[in-house]
Design a protein around this ligand. Structure first.
Ligand code: NAD
Ligand code: ZN
Length: 343
């Protein structure tokens, strides 16, 4: 089969022929229809110290995968060859207390497809257990690929702040209105009546955010970014929740400076920054946390949200051979919503 593989840190990917996978007992081989391109891939490609990196080279990336069941290992009865499926990306041991509580994606023994297990930028993907597959029904697998990480992770983050946004006059800032942040804006718009503020350095992303549910857009590099965010509700207290999809020092400092008392800050972006944190900064009784992916149940919810509210990402399509162009376009903010490799 063809696979787009990273030969070494900082290199372009190379599309080459490698052996097709075969399923062992309980395993499933998925014929990949599409696989999304995430900023995490750019980070992994250029992994600096402390950043996510792959176990060995050459390495097949790709963690946003959809396709069709191609071959079933012994004992798999939940799926049939040809079923359209989304691949849930966080593969835990399935047995520890984190997994048993439904959080397999943050299991201490977790493997992430495309990061610590070979990914789906290839014709076929070996999935080690049928429980990692979620049926897609009649959804288009190409359009659905970004749901498996961008859509899922944004949902996981949004669900952690919904309780802050129940009452009227609530507001929420989404820092980084790219692939993940746009999903967050769409969910917040569908699920709350909160005022949604998109914060981005890129003018095109800020403009686009206003067309998908944000009512205000702030340039994080402008001198009055803090002032604008403190005054979203007109009382100078700041926003009730911040979801930071960038996660560098400057965005975390912004989050700390603009979150209202009893608000929440959720960090998703793998920017390597540190939140300035003390008893009164962020404001008093602000809850701070991280959010990683989402559970398998969350992926099923995300698929339902697409069916009920039409929430998905506009896919910019690339062939597998154009993988390096897709990565470059993402890094240069040229992709409007989400880049997808179509096999
Ligand atoms: P993206 O490139 O599509 O979007 C990032 C956006 O942030 C862009 O619009 C960019 O203009 C904006 N941005 C960059 N620097 C900024 C700054 N200083 N201030 C404001 N805006 C800024 O990226 P993506 O694919 O949406 O990924 C977003 C982040 O989420 C990445 O760090 C990625 O690694 C991370 N991620 C985390 C998880 C998780 O489970 N926690 C999962 C997937 C991705
Ligand atoms: Zn576990």
């Amino acid at each position: 089969m063809r696979a787009a593989r990273l030969p070494s840190t900082g290199s372009d990917l190379v599309v080459e022929e490698i052996p097709d996978p075969t399923p062992g007992p309980g395993q499933v081989v998925v014929k990949i229809a599409a696989s999304g391109v995430c900023h995490s891939d750019v980070t992994i490609q250029n992994a600096g110290p402390g950043m996510p990196s792959v176990p060995y080279f050459p390495w097949t990336l790709g963690h946003e995968n959809t396709g069709y069941v191609h071959a079933l290992g012994d004992g798999v009865t939940d799926f049939e060859v040809g079923d359209a499926v989304a691949v849930w990306p966080g593969w835990g041991d399935g047995t520890c207390r984190v997994c048993r509580a439904g959080h397999e994606h943050i299991c201490p023994n977790v493997s992430y497809v495309g990061v610590t297990q070979p990914g789906g930028w290839a014709d076929y993907l070996l999935v080690p257990a049928a429980r990692h597959l979620v049926p897609l029904g009649d959804l288009d697998p190409v359009e659905a690929a970004p749901l498996t990480d961008a859509g899922l992770t944004a949902y996981g983050a949004v669900s952690k702040v919904l309780d802050r946004l129940i009452e009227s006059d609530r507001s929420v800032a989404v820092i980084g209105a790219g692939g993940l942040g746009q999903f967050a804006i769409k969910y917040l718009s569908a699920l709350t009546s909160a005022r949604i503020v998109a914060v981005d350095i890129d003018a095109g992303k800020r403009e686009h955010a206003l067309t998908i549910g944000a009512s205000m857009a702030v340039d994080s590099t402008s001198d009055d970014a803090v002032g604008q965010l403190l005054n979203v509700s007109g009382d100078g207290l700041g926003v009730d929740a911040v979801i930071d999809f960038v996660g560098v020092d400057s965005t975390l400092a912004l989050a700390a400076g603009v979150t209202a008392p009893c608000g929440a800050i959720v960090l998703v972006g793998i920017g390597g920054g540190t939140l300035p944190f003390g008893y009164t900064n962020p404001n008093q009784q602000v809850q701070v946390g991280t959010s990683s992916l989402g559970s398998r149940a969350d992926l099923a919810s995300v698929i339902s949200l697409w069916k009920e509210h039409g929430i998905n990402a506009d896919a910019t399509r690339y062939s597998l051979d154009d993988v390096n162009q897709a990565l470059q376009d993402l890094a240069e903010h040229k992709i409007a919503e989400r880049g997808v490799l179509v096999m």
